[in-house]
Design a protein. Sequence first.
Length: 280
Amino acid sequence: MIAVLTDSTCDLHPDSAQQMGIRVVPLQVNMQERTMLDWLEIDPDAVYDHMRTGGAATTAPVSVSAFAEQYRELLKTHDAVLSLHLSGKLSETVRNAQEAAQALGETSRIHVLDTEVAGGPLAELAMVARTHLNSSEDLQGAAKAVLDARDRMYSEMSVASLEYLRRSGRIGRAQALLGNMLSLRPILAFDHGELKATRRVKVDQAAADMLDSIKGRLGNAPVSVTIMHAGRDTARINALRSAMAASGLNVQRGRVQLMGPVIGAHVGPGTYGFTALPLA
């Protein structure tokens, strides 16, 4: 048996991850002089409500000791662990995972992979790994399936407000002011592990623009699409569902995923996006 371990920036709800057979190790959220475990001790909307009132939230990676504890436990009942984590250019988490595997002397049984993504894309890759391992207990084959899926997958997102990017230091005050004046928002995509602004569009055109971009890349191929949204805004999520249905994408499987406390602390409430993975 081979375990799949990922970190909480995959934003899979803990109950859903458990049902799928995916183990999740939490990052930390620091807020109001408290340190809480991502998803386990704090709900995403608690972070968003705090940020809307001007509060700040910071995050911390999974520690080496926390990884070592997870690995020891999993290796009691599994032959190996495929450990998939958010981009090393965004967090020390994956490096701490590698250090823990080395400290335990179990690098032959623990395969740590920097997925170069986070959020919805990371969840998709964890599910690819679990699906592959359910049919074939092949560690190297599962790792290859994850990398192949990462290369075929495409994801974009946009923020509702530039204020939270300004607070996190990702853009300057002048950029935020100008963007708000012109009603422009950046479209963000992962590029070799970094989250970069690929272009800027009008606020009311962002969803259609992202879906057009995905359609242009993936064409009529059957796809699995995840709608990602920071906050439980039912009306907004339904609007995104309608936009996806009208996009012309050949959607064979779809789901909605909340952005969690750690991701939300950096991008702010109302951020949303789409992840599309072509189906084999």
